[in-house]
Design a protein around this ligand. Structure first.
Ligand code: FES
Ligand SMILES: [Fe+2]
Length: 312
């Protein structure tokens, strides 16, 4: 393994710094429950600003926030007759991005469109895909369908780190013992790397861990400890270089709702232990040793991950 990473390698890991956009991945935008029918939300997202609202069928729309007329912030607008109306001169836009009305009656320019991210609603979150079309499926929790779990989705606010660095936690098996003080040495034999995702299983007579990374910003796992099943998903969205917004989903099988606070407490503890390190780390792909082999594979996956820069 190399000694110190080259600047090129680091640039590939921080694509937003070199103007190449962010990774082509599904990003959590907001809690689905906060986006009611008449709400228009403005948010920082992938180094830009987006507007988030629901179309008349209830499907979330996530679009560039800048009006193509003169650049007003559309999050100050209103939903009128199922379309988003700019606050300034009342141009109106459909969820697909097309401008369908200019009140003066002037001809609508063909370029009068908002870039619209593909969206989906899952696990209590509105997700947007950073691309023209989604080429991978939205994140899942291993071994669980949404309707088979009792789960809670929590917004964790803004944090001073890159999402792909936080996601490396999921395959940093050493730190489970050293930082979190968890017993044993449970490292999977191999990581299965597919397009846009990494999956692994580690098992002993005492535990099962089925983990999955989707994109470079979501780590989800099914844990069985002492015969008890729990589900966790850590998802983040870059808002800019070294700044991200975090969400977590905690779940238990339906019928075991009383156990949810215990799963939540575990997640809170792990997050509190990770936070001081993640918020101060000056990341480098440094001196990796044999026990870091899964981490090294993850870093290669990040370096090779495709990026996208929306035409805003
Ligand atoms: S700036 Fe939006 S309609 Fe003029
Ligand atoms: Fe951790």
């Amino acid at each position: 393994m190399g000694v110190v990473s080259s600047k090129t390698e680091l640039a590939k890991m921080h694509p937003s710094d070199i103007g190449a956009g962010f990774h082509r991945s599904w990003y959590p935008v907001c809690l689905a429950a906060t986006l009611t029918a008449e709400t228009v939300i403005g948010l920082e997202f992938l180094g830009e600003r987006v507007v988030v609202w629901r179309d008349p069928a209830g499907k979330p729309a996530v679009q560039t926030a800048w009006c193509p007329h003169l650049g007003a912030d559309l999050s100050l607008g209103k939903i009128v007759e199922g379309r988003l109306r700019c606050p300034y001169h009342h141009w109106s836009f459909e969820a697909g991005g097309a401008c369908t009305n200019i009140p003066t009656g002037d001809k609508i320019p063909s370029a009068a469109r908002l870039f619209s991210y593909p969206t989906v609603e899952a696990w209590g979150l509105v997700w947007a895909y950073n691309g023209e079309q989604a080429d991978v499926a939205p994140p899942v929790l291993p071994d669980a369908e949404e309707d088979a779990l009792h789960f809670e989705t929590i917004e964790r606010g803004e944090r001073p780190w890159d999402t792909w660095v936080a996601t490396s936690n999921g395959v940093d098996f050493q730190h489970l013992r050293t930082l979190h003080g968890l017993p044993g040495n449970s490292m999977p034999e191999t990581l299965e790397v597919e397009a846009g995702a990494i999956e692994f299983t580690s098992e002993s007579p005492f535990h099962l861990q089925h983990g999955r990374i989707t994109g470079t910003n979501v780590f989800a796992q099914h844990l069985r400890l002492g015969g008890v099943d729990m589900f966790q998903m850590f998802a983040g969205t870059p808002v800019g270089p070294r700044r991200s917004r975090g969400f977590v989903v905690v779940g238990v099988p339906k019928g075991q709702a009383a156990r949810l606070p215990e799963v939540r407490a575990m997640v809170e503890r792990l997050s509190e232990e990770d936070a001081p390190v993640l918020s101060t780390i000056r990341f480098r792909r440094g001196l990796l040793t044999a026990s870091d082999r899964h981490l090294a594979r993850y870093f290669k996956y990040v370096e090779e991950f495709p990026t996208f820069l929306p035409p805003l």
